[in-house]
Design a protein around this ligand. Structure first.
Ligand code: C2O
Ligand code: CU
Length: 501
């Protein structure tokens, strides 16, 4: 491994936090589902760019959507719909280590391949970015996003088979905000008081370049999980943000390959969490330490009127500095009080499920005792499709985690609710394939008790989610959002059927 940057040797909080710009449509296009209606068309090319992550480091090479990491924010309203043309204008050669022994990344495949997925969106299958629907530099795909769903922060990122972890690591990620009337009626902080915080970790070499680690086997460089030495917020290392003495709404996304965050404010202030992956919670939840697994989002309000004017508050990940808020001493701006109720979230009754699936999360080690492959229900990507829910029915998926790690499990197309988590005897399961519970049932944390699209399946526990399959029939995927796992078999196709067959 080349020498890497020591973040403690760099001057902290010298770069202002960048705010990703809002994408502008380039044209309109006919709405295929409604005669006479036109939808905005965006064009967001993938490109190689250079960007400075810190004042005192050389520019870093990234692959980005548009001209920044994260890419431009797509702003839309529930059910309005838009098109995006996603041209691949990347170079012909990849700059990160491809493992050709991984499914879908064999030697006969072009090294630079991309396909875009809008995470959290209710998207027809042909526009969902199926991992095998990748295309090469010089090609493009135009996708339709109807977004017939409630207000939430979604995110787009690469999903190319077998190299997804490298493409996202290179910088292929960005945000999409879906708004709606109910959200408007709450008068939440907006405009300059609503700020996205996209958090990623990276391994930076001394000359400021992205490094992605490799295994000890040159013919199979895949590593079981990536952890970086620096944390970037909106593409900057240890940035600062000037804030006024009032309420701010922060839209957080953990877009890291494998790092989990435990975020807190240095001055002991809490976050009022108002939303999760799929939108608003029923009521704000006070959170001291905010846990975010890869793929998860949190919508939080921080009231800087409660902080000392002129104070500087560091956002921590455990004990590590992430960024700094500088509270201005001017007169506080007017703000609406935070409503005590937000969006009603009806708990889905368990009895409404037509079927329960028991699905294992398993890890298989190689001869050196290193984690090698992780599988969902013992199956590989190319095995026949086994999860075939019927449209407009509800199912319970019991995720039986036989590993020592938490896996953030994500399903495309749908939103779901967490029913509970319950510890069980893993060794007994491995011997007899039966679940014997060893402890009480834990309900979801209050700040997980809304609509989710990514759930932390904790080790040694059965995590149950309840999922209404709505929207479209067709082929989608479900997978672990630790990108190293996802790329190496911890992803499965699933199919929403029109009727049971
Ligand atoms: Cu965030 Cu399958 O994706
Ligand atoms: Cu995993």
């Amino acid at each position: 491994m080349p020498p890497v940057v020591d973040p403690n040797s760099l001057a902290a909080f010298v770069d202002p936090l960048p705010i990703p710009r809002v994408a502008k449509p380039i044209a309109t296009r006919r709405d295929p589902s409604s005669a006479g209606k036109k939808l905005p068309l965006y064009r967001i090319p993938m490109r190689e760019i250079e960007s400075k992550v810190h004042r005192d480091l050389r520019s870093t090479r990234f692959w980005s959507y548009g001209s920044s990491v994260p890419g431009p924010v797509i702003e839309t309203r529930s059910g309005e719909g838009f098109f995006v043309d996603w041209p691949n204008e990347l170079p012909e050669r990849h700059f990160l280590p491809i493992d050709h022994t991984i499914m879908g990344a064999e030697k006969d495949k072009p090294t630079v391949r991309t396909v875009v997925h809008l995470h959290g969106a209710k998207t027809p299958p042909g526009s969902d970015g199926y991992p095998e629907a990748w295309y090469v530099p010089g090609k493009s795909a135009t996708y339709l996003y109807p977004n017939d769903q409630e207000a939430a922060m979604l995110w787009y990122h690469d999903h190319a088979m077998g190299i997804n972890r490298l493409n996202v690591y290179a910088g292929l990620l960005g945000l999409c905000m879906v708004r709606d009337k109910l959200e408007d009626s709450l008068h939440l902080p907006s405009g300059e008081y609503e700020i996205p915080l996209v958090i990623i970790d990276r391994l930076l070499t001394l000359d400021g370049q992205l490094y992605y680690p490799v295994s000890k086997r040159p013919e199979a460089p895949w590593v079981p999980e990536f952890l970086g030495n620096v944390i970037l917020v909106n593409g900057k290392l240890l940035p600062y943000l000037d804030v006024k003495s009032t309420k701010y709404r922060f839209r957080l996304l953990n877009a890291s390959n494998a790092r989990f965050y435990r975020l807190s404010l240095e001055n002991g202030q809490t976050f009022a969490q108002i939303g999760t992956d799929q939108g608003l919670l029923p009521a704000p939840v006070e959170v001291k330490v905010l846990t975010l697994a890869p793929g998860e989002r949190a919508d939080v309000i921080v009231d800087f009127a409660l902080a000392e004017p002129g104070s500087k508050i560091i956002l921590h990940n455990d004990a590590v500095d992430v960024m700094q808020f500088r509270v201005g001493s001017g007169t506080p701006a007017e703000s609406h009080p935070l409503p005590s109720t937000l969006r009603p979230v009806m708990r889905i009754p368990e009895q409404s499920a037509v079927r329960t699936r028991q699905l294992t999360l398993e890890e298989f080690d190689n001869v050196l005792d290193e984690p090698d492959t992780h599988l969902l229900n013992g199956a590989r990507w190319h095995d026949p499709v086994t999860e075939k829910p019927v449209i407009d029915t509800t199912e319970i998926w019991s995720l039986i985690n036989l590993t020592d790690d938490t896996h953030p499990i994500h399903l495309h197309l749908v939103r779901f609710q967490i029913l509970d988590r319950r510890p069980f005897d893993v060794s007994e399961y491995l011997l007899k394939k039966t679940v014997r519970y060893t402890g009480p049932v834990y309900p979801p944390e209050p700040n997980e008790a809304g609509w989710k699209d990514t759930v932390r399946a904790t080790p040694g526990a059965v995590t149950r989610i309840i999922i209404p399959f709505e929207g479209y029939t067709g082929r989608y995927v479900w997978h672990c959002h630790l990108l190293e796992h996802e790329d190496n078999e911890m992803m499965r196709p699933y199919e929403v059927l029109a009727e049971s067959g």
